[in-house]
Design a protein around this ligand. Structure first.
Ligand SMILES: Cc1cc2nc3c(=O)[nH]c(=O)nc-3n(C[C@H](O)[C@H](O)[C@H](O)COP(=O)(O)O)c2cc1C
Length: 203
């Protein structure tokens, strides 16, 4: 089991250096490490102190590959229609990603050894906000200990299908909100730019 010996980063360092990582070693994560990340996640602010989150952890590589295959075939079917409709004005990044999905050996989870799905119970209008705040906490905590993460938004639709929910033990009234892969990074993350903050008003 991979145990990180990485020196902990400060919050400011983790914010500045966290990147979405799309290549992982096969080193598994130990349960204590995953529990540490979940504990960080639940420290997030939560509307009305509702704590609507619940977590699914998948470390079974075969199951991740099976879910990836289902997600890919469902996206390919869904987007055929969309591609025809919007052929003229389509978004290049989206189009590139759709082309990648068509490769047989592409795994939407990038071969990461763990997927953590942050799920939300429908208790308030802020469930999604709460879950995404928990997601950022989890990703920064992972980054601080030298682990890599990537949000896998493309898994959300398949994770919310009745069959996959049943397989993962997600109750019918609970939604999969934020799927995040975690693992030991393979190689360096390419730099990613950001536009400077656009300030609309500063009175
Ligand atoms: C809601 C959401 C969904 C995302 N879905 C995916 C995805 O399905 N696959 C992927 O490789 N990256 C996904 N990402 C990662 C973004 O591509 C990434 O955050 C963005 O390119 C900025 O790069 P950075 O995270 O390295 O700063 C997602 C990010 C967010 C916030």
């Amino acid at each position: 089991m991979a145990e990180t010996t990485h020196q902990l980063l400060t919050v400011a360092e983790a914010i500045a250096t966290r990147r979405s990582i799309r290549a992982y070693t096969s080193d598994p994560l130990n349960r204590d490490t995953i529990r540490h990340l979940l504990t960080a996640a639940v420290q997030a602010p939560t509307a009305l102190h509702g704590e609507p989150w619940a977590f699914v952890v998948v470390q079974n590589a075969e199951l991740l590959i099976a879910i990836s295959k289902q997600a890919k075939s469902s996206w390919i079917k869904e987007t055929a229609h969309y591609r025809d409709l919007h052929a003229a004005g389509r978004d290049d990044n989206a189009e590139k990603y759709l082309q990648t999905l068509e490769h047989d050996d592409f795994n939407i989870f990038y071969g990461a050894p763990a997927l953590i799905v942050i799920c939300g119970r429908p208790i308030s209008p802020f469930v999604f906000a709460d879950c995404w705040l928990a997601a950022e906490n989890l990703m920064l905590a992972a980054c601080a200990r030298g682990l890599a993460t990537c949000v896998i938004g493309s898994a959300v639709p398949i994770l919310n299908t009745p069959d996959v929910k049943r397989e993962l033990g997600i109750p019918a009234d609970v939604s999969a909100v934020a799927p995040i892969v975690v693992g030991v990074p393979r190689g360096e993350a390419p730099p990613v730019s950001r536009k400077p903050p656009e300030i609309l008003t500063w009175k």
